[in-house]
Design a protein around this ligand. Structure first.
Ligand code: NAD
Length: 507
C-alpha cells in the first residue's frame, strides 16, 4: 500500500452480503489504483455469478422480512439516520473518494453532502406521498395500492461514485425494496462504507447487498438474474444498449442514465462574464468526468473571438494538481485506461480543430492521470471531438450565426442529456430552451438542480426519468384496486339468449 494512503483503509475491499463482509466464492480479486500515482493501493473482491446469486438470494429473503412492510414514517426515520451518518463523516468520505477517484477534495466534499441530501429528500418524500383515488358516485371506488417491486439491481459508474449510489439507493430503499449494488470497478472504495452506515442506521441484514467486480461478470449476472425485476443503470450509452438487450428476455423494468455531449449556447446578448464562469466550470469541474458537462460551447459569432480568447485564458489558469489539495480545481483522471482515451481524443482534436489551451499532460506532473484543461476552437460539427463523449477536461467551441444555426448545432449529436442557454432575451430563452432535444435545460444558470425535478436524458442519453416522484414511480408498482359499491354489473352469461347480454336490474 502506498505510504500516503488515508488512515484506516481495510486490508481489502469485500462484498457485503446478508449483513456480512465476504470474499468472492472463488477467492478472486482485482487491483484498485490511486489515480494520482497509478499505483495499486488495495485489492477488491472480484464478484461473479455465484456471488451475485448469493446477494440476490439474501435480498430476496429480506424482501419477505419486515423492511417492505414498515410504515413510511418508520422507514423515513431510518433514512434520516442514514443522512445524519453520511453528514457526520462527510470529510472522511471526501478523503476516501478523492483518494479513489482523483476528484478534487473540495468537490468530493460537495458530493458527500449531496449524498446525505438525497437520503433526506426521499425520507421526506415517502411520508408526504399521496396516491390517486377515484370515485364513480354510488358505484365504484378505485385507488392505487403502491408496492415495492422486490430486489432492485443498481449498477453505477465511477464518476462521483458515492453520490450516484445514493441517488439510486435512497429511493429504492425508501419505497421498501431490497437492493444489490454493483459499483464501478475503477472506484469500489466508498461503496463499502454504505454497509456500516446502513447497519448503524438500523437497516435490517439482507436489505442492502453489495457485490464488487467487473461489469461483464458481476454486472452481467445481476442484469440476467431472474429474481431481479428492475435495473437502474448509470453509465455509457454503449453499455446501456448491452444491458437493454440482456434484460429483454426477462422484460425487466429499466431506468437508464447514459452519456452526454451537452451544448452550452451563448448568445451575444448574454451576460458574458456569467456565461464564461458557468461554461468554464461546466466542463472542467469534476475533472470533466461529468455526464451533464457542457462540453460543446456554441458562441454567437459577434462575440466569438473575444469569448474564445477569454475562455482559453481561464483554462490556462485552472489549477491542476494533487486531488487532496484544497486549491486544486482539476485533479487526476480516474484510471490510466480512461486517461489514455482522453489523451487520444486530444490528439484527434489537434488534427480536427484549433488548439487554444492545454493539449496534453501539464508540466510538473510526471506521474498520475493528469490532463491540462484543453480547449479546441473552430470545431466543425462533423468533428469527432464535437460528436463523441470524451468525459474529461476537454471542450469544443464552435461559432454560430443566429438561432436557427445554434439550434441545428445544439441538436446535431446523438446525445440529449443536458443543455445550457445564455441569453437576456426572454422570448428566445424560452422558445430556444423548449426546442432543444435535451432532458434538462438550464437557462442563464449553472448546473444546479432541485431534487424534486425530473432527471434524465433523451435520444442516446437515457431511457426514463428519475428524480422526485419519478423515482418513486420507477421503484414501485402501482396496483389499481377497483371496488364496487353497488351490485356487480356483470352480463348474465349462461342464463339464456336474452339474459346473456342484459344486466341484473339495479335496485
Ligand atoms: P460504464 O458503462 O463503463 O460502466 C458503468 C457500470 O456498468 C459499471 O459498474 C460497470 O461495471 C457496469 N457494466 C459494464 N458492462 C456491463 C454489462 N455488460 N452488464 C452490466 N453491467 C455492466 O460507464 P463508466 O465508464 O463507469 O461511466 C461513465 C459513463 O457514465 C459516461 O458515459 C457518463 O456520461 C455516464 N454517466 C451518466 C450519468 C447520467 O445521469 N446520465 C451520470 C454519470 C455518468
Amino acid at each position: 500500500m502506498s505510504q500516503n494512503a488515508p488512515h484506516g483503509l481495510p486490508d481489502r475491499i469485500r462484498h457485503f452480503i446478508d449483513g456480512e463482509f465476504v470474499d468472492s466464492v472463488d477467492g478472486d480479486t482485482f487491483d484498485v489504483l490511486n489515480p494520482a500515482t497509478d499505483q495499486v493501493y488495495i485489492k477488491a473482491a472480484a464478484g461473479k455469478k455465484a456471488d451475485v446469486d448469493l446477494a440476490v438470494a439474501a435480498a430476496r429473503r429480506a424482501f419477505d422480512g419486515p423492511w417492505p412492510k414498515l410504515l413510511p414514517r418508520q422507514r423515513s426515520r431510518v433514512l434520516h439516520r442514514v443522512a445524519d451518518l453520511v453528514e457526520a463523516q462527510d470529510k472522511r468520505l471526501a478523503e476516501l473518494e478523492t483518494w479513489d477517484t482523483g476528484l478534487p477534495i473540495t468537490q468530493a466534499l460537495g458530493q458527500a453532502q449531496r449524498a446525505a441530501e438525497n437520503f433526506r429528500f426521499f425520507a421526506d418524500l415517502i411520508v408526504a406521498q399521496r396516491d390517486d383515488a377515484y370515485k364513480v358516485p354510488g358505484r365504484q371506488v378505485n385507488y392505487v395500492n403502491r408496492k415495492p417491486k422486490g430486489v432492485a439491481g443498481l449498477i453505477t459508474p465511477w464518476n462521483t461514485p458515492f453520490m450516484l449510489e445514493s441517488w439510486k439507493l435512497a429511493p429504492a430503499l425508501a419505497t421498501g425494496n431490497t437492493v444489490v449494488l454493483k459499483p464501478a470497478e475503477f472506484t469500489p472504495l466508498s461503496a463499502s462504507l454504505w454497509a456500516e452506515i446502513f447497519r448503524e442506521a438500523g437497516v435490517p441484514d439482507g436489505v442492502f447487498n453489495l457485490v464488487n467486480g467487473f461489469g461483464e461478470d458481476a454486472g452481467d449476472a445481476l442484469v440476467k438474474h431472474p429474481d431481479v425485476p428492475l435495473i437502474s443503470f448509470t453509465g455509457e450509452s454503449r453499455t446501456g444498449q448491452i444491458i437493454f438487450a440482456n434484460a429483454a428476455p426477462h422484460l425487466k423494468g429499466l431506468s437508464m442514465e447514459l452519456g452526454g455531449k451537452s451544448p452550452a449556447v451563448v448568445f451575444a446578448d448574454a451576460d458574458l462574464e456569467a456565461a464564461l464562469d458557468a461554461t468554464v466550470f461546466g466542463v472542467f469541474s469534476l475533472n470533466g468526468e461529468r455526464c451533464t458537462a457542457g462540453s460543446r460551447v456554441l458562441v454567437e459569432r459577434s462575440v466569438y473571438d473575444e469569448f474564445v480568447e477569454r475562455y482559453a485564458e481561464r483554462a490556462k489558469n485552472i489549477v491542476v494538481g494533487d486531488p487532496r489539495d484544497s486549491a486544486t480545481e482539476v485533479g487526476a483522471l480516474v484510471h490510466p485506461e480512461h486517461y489514455a482515451k482522453v489523451m487520444s481524443y486530444i490528439e484527434i482534436g489537434k488534427s480536427e480543430a484549433r488548439l487554444v489551451a492545454g493539449g496534453g499532460r501539464p508540466e510538473g506532473l510526471a506521474e498520475g492521470n493528469y490532463v491540462a484543461p484543453t480547449v479546441f476552437a473552430d470545431v466543425e460539427p462533423d468533428a469527432r471531438i464535437f460528436q463523441e463523449e470524451i468525459f474529461g477536461p476537454v471542450v469544443a467551441i464552435t461559432p454560430f450565426d443566429g438561432e436557427e444555426e445554434a439550434l441545428r448545432l445544439a441538436n446535431g449529436v446523438m446525445y440529449g442529456l443536458a443543455a445550457y442557454v445564455w441569453t437576456n432575451d426572454l422570448r428566445r430563452a424560452h422558445t430556444f430552451a423548449q426546442s432543444i432535444d435535451a432532458g434538462m435545460v438550464w437557462l442563464n444558470s449553472n448546473n444546479v438542480r432541485d431534487l424534486r425535478t425530473p432527471f434524465g436524458g433523451v435520444k442516446a442519453s437515457g431511457l426514463g426519468h428519475e428524480g422526485g416522484y419519478r423515482s418513486i414511480d420507477f421503484y414501485t408498482d402501482q396496483q389499481a384496486v377497483h371496488i364496487t359499491l353497488n351490485e356487480a354489473h356483470s352480463p348474465r352469461f349462461g342464463r339464456g339468449p336474452e339474459a346473456a347480454t342484459s344486466f341484473r336490474t339495479q335496485k
